[in-house]
Design a protein around this ligand. Structure first.
Ligand code: SDX
Length: 447
């Protein structure tokens, strides 16, 4: 494909704010030569618009894993993987993580601006008003086996919210209530699924507690145990949830957009995103990182062995918590999580051998040519599980924590798509590689 020809007049591309038409890229194939528009976004990320490719040439593109394909134009989150930059609505993740509570950042992602004191107060009371799930929903939990993974319960129960709250008003004011229901009830369902896994009675949300304090209380309080969520743990939970709140078009958020493109209700779309996030290559990695670190600990901390296994193409072992499709530099979230993990352990006056193992593993890996050449750095999942563990959150709840923290971002992305005047159902093409036409074989002739 030729380099973009000389830039034409700079104007919004197709009238989309934040974009600029740069010129054309010329594609020549057989007897055809076509120009495809090239446009760029606010931060200089550039794209060739191939929307007319098939109509003009009969060709489709093929892009395994969509590593080179932009699925949408979005103003919510910006990542520069080469520089290790992550911003929500233009604000650096470092500033948000250190200065904002999760609810404040959820508001930012959903509304596009940081809330005033009044707006934040109103949003928080929406969340508290909608924190309970319908009492009939509590019977769902009795049907699950004791060792049911909380993620299975969360994904299924969130989809069922649409049966109890079928109305999904899309005018702005009511959408706020639907959003509050989604964020708040997901947290309650997550806490109830934890109590279910421990065979303990549910602890209901309290109006007097903040979002994160409520979550910790619902998880760890019980009728026989006095529990007060400490400021340290509430602060740490806010920070880790802020870090997970959105991450542009990752696998699970793209699933929410894909499912949402068929105009399905918000709860069903978010539930599909939960299922995608559960995978060990995605949000499920935090649990697998801890299992990997424990395996190394029990193997006399033979770091070299596991580094070599990770490099061996014949070995299915991967260094969990390392590598990223977008970050080819240190994931900024991993850096903050590593610092916070140390802070929390220091304040709690306890140590965790797995933290030292993780740091040593990182040190050795980042000096190894394989990891350096392939730009494999620790990602968000490498330290998140260790921080959850320091907070007393069990292994099977780690991906659940990721999932409920990601909801504001996914709701914002679903809503951005729903408001898009160019909304289309997602229906990718394929390249067929199967049998050509065959004559039908009656049963007696088959072998
Ligand atoms: C998340 O997309 C997002 O934004 C996701 C996320 C979010 O916030 O939503 O950031 C959250 O999912 C973080 C990632 C958590 N997953 C893991 O930690 C699992 C371990 N990581 C890998 O499986 C892998 O790095 C992925 C899945 C994260 C990325 O996979 P890619 O982009 O498809 O990269 P790849 O598999 O093509 O790897 C490129 C090369 C390959 O070697 P070659 O074939 O080129 O020789 O790097 C190697 C891979 O074998 N490689 C690894 C490795 N990750 C990549 N080798 C060993 N260990 C690893 N972890």
């Amino acid at each position: 494909m030729a380099k973009p020809s000389s830039p034409q007049s700079h104007s919004n591309y197709q009238g989309i704010p934040g974009t600029k038409l740069l010129g054309n890229a010329r594609l020549t194939f057989e007897d055809k030569e076509i120009d495809l528009p090239v446009f760029e976004g606010t931060e200089g990320d550039r794209a060739v618009d191939i929307s007319q490719l098939r109509a003009m040439t009969g060709l489709v593109t093929f892009d395994n894993g969509f590593g080179n394909t932009g699925s949408c134009i979005s103003s919510i989150t910006y990542i520069n993987g080469e520089k290790g930059i992550l911003r929500y609505r233009g604000y650096d993740i470092e500033d948000l993580a250190r200065n904002c509570k999760f609810v404040e950042v959820a508001y930012l992602l959903l509304e596009g601006k940081l809330p005033t004191e009044k707006e934040l107060g109103e949003f928080s009371s929406y969340l508290n008003e909608h924190a309970l799930i319908h009492e009939d929903m509590t019977h769902f939990f009795t049907g699950y086996p004791r060792n049911a993974h909380p993620m299975a319960i969360l994904a299924a129960t969130i989809a069922s919210l649409s049966t109890f709250y079928p109305e999904l008003e899309d005018e702005h004011e009511n959408f706020k209530i639907t959003t509050a229901r989604m964020l708040s009830k997901a947290r309650t369902i997550a806490a109830f699924s934890y109590k279910k896994s421990r065979g303990e009675p549910f602890v209901y949300p309290r109006y007097d507690l903040s979002y994160c304090a409520n979550f910790l209380n619902m998880m760890f309080a019980s009728s026989i145990r006095n529990y007060e969520p400490t400021p340290l743990l509430v602060k740490a939970l806010n920070l880790v949830m802020v870090l997970h709140a959105d991450h542009e078009q990752n696998c699970s958020t793209s699933t929410v957009r894909m499912v949402g493109s068929g105009r399905v209700n918000l709860y069903a779309a978010i539930s599909s995103g939960m299922a995608a996030l559960w995978g060990p290559l995605h949000g499920g990695a935090s649990q697998h990182v801890l299992e990997m670190l424990e395996r190394i600990r029990q193997d006399d901390c033979n770091y070299k062995k596991y580094i070599e296994m990770a490099k061996d193409k014949k070995d299915p072992f991967r260094m969990m918590g390392f590598g990223h499709r977008i970050y080819k530099n240190y994931d900024p979230r991993a850096r903050i999580l590593k610092e916070t993990c140390d802070e929390v352990l220091d304040e709690l006056k306890h140590t965790d051998p797995l933290v030292d193992i993780a740091k040593r593993l990182e040190e050795i890996a980042l000096r190894d040519d394989y990891f350096v050449e392939k730009k494999l750095y620790p990602n968000v999942d490498f330290y998140s599980g260790l921080l959850y563990r320091a907070m007393g959150i069990p292994l099977n709840m780690m991906v659940v924590m990721f999932a409920i923290a990601r909801i504001p971002g996914q709701v914002a992305q679903w809503h951005e798509e729903a408001l898009d005047p160019n909304w289309k159902i997602w229906r990718p093409r394929q390249i067929y590689s199967g049998e050509s036409r065959r004559e039908f074989l009656p049963m007696e002739q088959r072998v």
